[in-house]
Each structure stands twice: as C-alpha cells, then as structure tokens.
Design a protein around this ligand. Structure first.
Ligand code: NAP
Length: 498
C-alpha cells in the first residue's frame, strides 16, 4: 500500500479546494480518494473530538455490523485481518482510525469544529463557511458527509422528566452506569436493541423489554476468522477481492425481493419463523415476537442471541404501550407497573429530517431546509439544484436494506471526483445539477419506489412524515453505481470564470 504522507504541504486554515463535513465512513473515504488523486488541498471538519461517525457514537454493549466486514470496508483501503465475519464496533472504529494514519489524513482533520453556516458566494464560486470555533473558511467544493443516523430519536413519554434513575439512548451509552444487578428497561426492538439486549440480560437483575412492533429476525452465523484465513487474505489479494465480490453479489440478489417482487420475501419469512421456533421455548412469546408485516418493510435483523436472551427468567417482553413514566417505574396501558433503575432508549434516529442545525444557503439565498420543506430530494441523492458546488454523501435515497451502504458511498465519492475534474478542466467557477434533471430523477424514483416492499404498509424510520421513503435506494445498488459513475456533464450546468 503506497504511503500518502509524503505530500507535505501547508493546509491553509481559511481556504481550501474541498471542505468535507463529517469524519465518518463517507468523509474519510472522500479524503482518501482525494489524496490518492493527488489532491491535498482539503479539510475535514468534525464536530466531535474523534473521527468515526456512527462507529464512534455507538458503543453500546454488543454493537457489531450486520454486513460482513470484508464487504463492509472501503475497497480502496482493504484490511486483510478482520477478526470475524461480522466485526464489532471497536474493530470497525479502529479500522477507520487506521485509515486516517495510513493515508496521512491527520493534518487535514479539524476536530471539535462545527460548521454553523455555509453560504454560496456566486461571484467567486466559493462556499463561505462560519465554523465554531473559527476561523471562517472558504472552499470551492462543499461535501456534506454528515450521515443520517446520528440524531437520537427519544419518544416524548408522559412524566419522563420525573424519572430519577439513569437514562440514556443506545447511541449515547453511559459506560459509567453499572448494569449488574439493576432493574433495566429497554424501549425498542430494532437493530440496536437486538444487539444490546443479550448483553444487558446477562447482567441485569431484571430486564423489561418494551416492544411496540416486532421485527423479523434471521440467523447470524458469526465465526471468527482464523490465522490461516487471515494469512491467505493478506498474501493472496486476489482471494480477498474474490471473497468481496462473492459477498457483494450474494447480498445484491436479495434486492429482488426488496425492490421488485416483495412476494419473494415469503421464503426468508419461513426461515425466520423456524429460527424463532428453534430458539424460543414459549409459544406465547413467539407469537408476540412474530411480525405481521412483510419481511423487509422494516429493516431485517440478524441475531443468534436475541431470542435465547428472551428465554431467561429475568427477562420480560412487554408489548403493552407505555403510558406514564414515574420517578422509579414505567406504567403501561394495561395498568401494569415496572420498577426501573436504568432506562435505555433503543428507539432509533431522526433519519428523515434535513441536515439541521447546519444552515446551508444556496445560490439565490434559499436555504437547504427551505428547499427541502416538503421533503428531502437530491439528484442521485448527491446534488441539489440551486446549490452549486455542493455534494452530499449518504444523502436522500441512497441507503440500502440489502447490501453494504459503503458501496453507495464509494460510488458517490467517485462521482464527486469526476465533477471536480470537470470543474477544473473547464476552468469553471461552479457546477450545479439542472433543475429539470433533478425533477425527472425524482419522478423516476417515485415510480420505482411504488413497487418496493417499504411501502407495503408498516411504520419505519425509512419513511418521512408524509409517508415517503426518503432514505433508501429503490433499486439494485449496481444500478445506482452505473448511473452515478458516469457523472454525465449534460446533467450539470457549469458557470465559467469571467
Ligand atoms: P430502529 O430500527 O428505528 O428501531 C427503533 C425501535 O424503537 C423500534 O423497535 C421502534 O418500534 C421502537 N420505538 C420507537 N419509538 C418508540 C416508542 N415511542 N415507544 C415504543 N417503542 C418505540 O432504531 P435502531 O435499532 O437504533 O436502528 C436504526 C438503524 O441503525 C438500523 O435500521 C440500521 O440501519 C442501523 N443499525 C445498524 C446496525 C448494524 O448492525 N449494521 C446496528 C444497529 C443499528 P416500531 O418498530 O414500532 O417503530
């Protein structure tokens, strides 16, 4: 692997070619590709004191990825020695930190700096940014890699402010709080809950798990990767690439059921039912945990230890809605009361809201929040008409339910680089997606979305308040890639220097 630290240069604190906002997978990936393209004039602005995005924030016990690591890693920053099929949060976070060192990104990082406002200066073709703390920064290109899953959603439960015990969200795990021997309540049964519940159940005196809607759970065989396999992965790169390709296509075929023929989900539903039958001893419990909606409508969960943890005598599944929170207990609609020392919200994220609190002001003084008042929209999820020289990574409708989202991020990063090159070759001040192109794309997206499983009638974080899916790509990821990689110049308007 070549070292990219040799390009020693001063990075101006006030001017740069590319400003990347957010140092998660998207921002780090963008920075690596810029370096490898020989472009060193960029900064990464990160409001936290460490890089890592969602893999920095989520430290709850049992936090792992549900996409195999040889696929859930950057293709241009391969790692041969993943320790198991599905890496845990610490290993993934370490991988990202390693990428920062390996590709010489440290000098570009501005940690503990948050972007407050970015305004496009049309005459100069620059984004002018106010940061906290300063100094102000000007950049040709603004790349928002702020992610969708980082603003915790906390339900507004009556009396919540009166609760006297410890209380935190799964993405803000309070490691100072001792679980052992305590009475714990966990609200939510989504992807985070199924991972943390087995660990909490093993330590708590009592665990009450509050379920609003059950989710489909499939097996998650997670063998460690032994030294011989790791050796082979390191020394036979072709093998690593072949494994990655195999994992990619094995996931990709699943899109058929998600985006085209939801009835195909009947097969995996049978598999999930027999998984539950094998793992849950109590018929009543199994009935409570069996969803009535089509598999895939909500995110499909993978776990081998969630159901067994519910068999434990100290664990109670509660399906009655919570009506009140009292200083030391929760009350449900059926009048039952649950004594609680620690309250954990595994209630997910506000994923469909625009990028508040960053104020982004485009060409005509219009803010991105105003442009998105009726719902977030972007051409290919990455460019917005009225906002020249702005690109989004992990933007609207670029998430996946069936494959690694890093594949989508890599395609977007490639697109941004192509656009940057075009901008330079044409000696243009700005590049902006055409409004008619964005509108035509939105119409196509809505048409495709209509046949997906996500609109088959369930509540999920994929949908915004109008019931529109603004988070997931309604097709094969390879289809997205083929659209994005072209970065056709005809779809953009360039403004020349005078
Ligand atoms: P989530 O999937 O949105 O699940 C939230 C859970 O909280 C749901 O069970 C929801 O019930 C419940 N809930 C929300 N508000 C509630 C209320 N007022 N009362 C009772 N229950 C309530 O959130 P998440 O588990 O944090 O996962 C979010 C996303 O993060 C995942 O879908 C995934 O993309 C990502 N993630 C990935 C991994 C991974 O392994 N790669 C791991 C964790 C998270 P309803 O279903 O009824 O709404």
């Amino acid at each position: 692997m070549p070292s990219h630290t040799n390009a020693r240069m001063e990075i101006s604190p006030t001017h740069c070619e590319v400003a990347i906002i957010g140092a998660g997978f998207g921002g780090i990936g963008m920075a690596i590709r810029l370096k490898r393209a020989g472009r060193h004039d960029f900064v990464i602005i990160e409001q936290a004191d460490r890089i890592g995005g969602t893999w920095r924030d989520n430290t709850y016990p049992g936090c792992t990825c549900d996409i195999p690591s040889h696929l859930y890693s950057l293709s241009f920053a391969p790692k041969a020695d993943w320790s198991r099929r599905y890496a845990s949060q610490p290993e993934i976070h370490r991988y990202l930190e390693d990428c920062v060192d390996r590709f010489g990104l440290r000098p570009h990082l501005r940690l503990r700096v948050s972007l407050k406002k970015a305004t496009f200066d049309s005459s100069a073709g620059l984004w002018r940014m106010q940061t906290d703390p300063g100094p102000d920064l000007a950049a040709r290109l603004l790349v928002l890699a702020t992610g969708a899953l980082h603003r915790p959603a906390i339900p507004s439960l009556r009396g919540i402010e009166s609760f006297r015990g410890a209380m935190f969200h799964s993405a803000r795990w309070d490691h100072a709080v001792e679980i052992r021997g305590k009475r714990v309540a966990v609200i939510g049964t989504g992807a985070s809950a199924v991972q943390l519940v087995p660990h909490v159940a093993a330590q708590a005196a009592h665990l009450a798990l509050f379920q609003r809607t059950p989710a489909w759970v499939l097996p998650k065989p997670d063998p460690p990767i032994g030294p011989r396999r790791r050796w082979a992965m390191r020394h036979v790169p072709l093998l690593r690439r072949a494994l990655r390709a195999w994992l990619y296509w094995a996931h990709e075929v699943r899109a058929l059921g998600f985006v085209r023929f939801p009835e195909l989900m009947a097969g995996p539903e049978r598999q999930a039912r027999s998984h539950a039958k094998r793992q849950l001893r109590d018929d009543g419990l199994r009935a409570l945990l069996t969803p009535s909606d089509r598999m895939g409508c909500k995110r499909v969960l993978l776990s081998d230890d969630f159901y067994p943890s519910l068999n434990r005598p100290n664990v109670q599944l509660v399906s009655a809605p919570i009506t009140d929170v009292l200083p030391d207990r929760l009350v449900t609609a059926d009048g039952a009361e649950y004594q609680v020392d620690i309250l954990v919200f595994a209630t997910g994220f506000r994923a469909t809201e625009p990028i508040d609190p960053i104020e982004v002001v485009g060409r005509d003084g219009v803010t991105l929040s105003a442009a998105w008042r009726d719902g977030v929209r972007a051409h290919l999820g990455l460019a917005v008409a009225g906002f020249p020289n702005l690109f989004l990574l992990g933007g609207p409708n670029t998430g996946l339910g069936h494959n690694s989202v890093l594949f989508m991020l890599e395609a977007q990063i490639h697109h941004v680089l192509r656009c940057l090159r075009r901008l330079r070759l044409r000696k243009a001040l700005s590049i902006e997606v055409r409004r008619d192109v964005q509108a035509a794309f939105a119409r196509r997206l809505d048409r495709w979305m209509g046949r997906t499983v996500w609109l088959s009638g369930c509540r999920s974080w994929y949908l915004d308040r109008n019931g529109r899916n603004t988070t997931l790509w309604p097709g094969f990821s390879v289809g997205y890639w083929s659209r994005v990689r072209r970065a056709s110049a005809r779809k953009y308007r360039f403004r020349a220097m005078h």
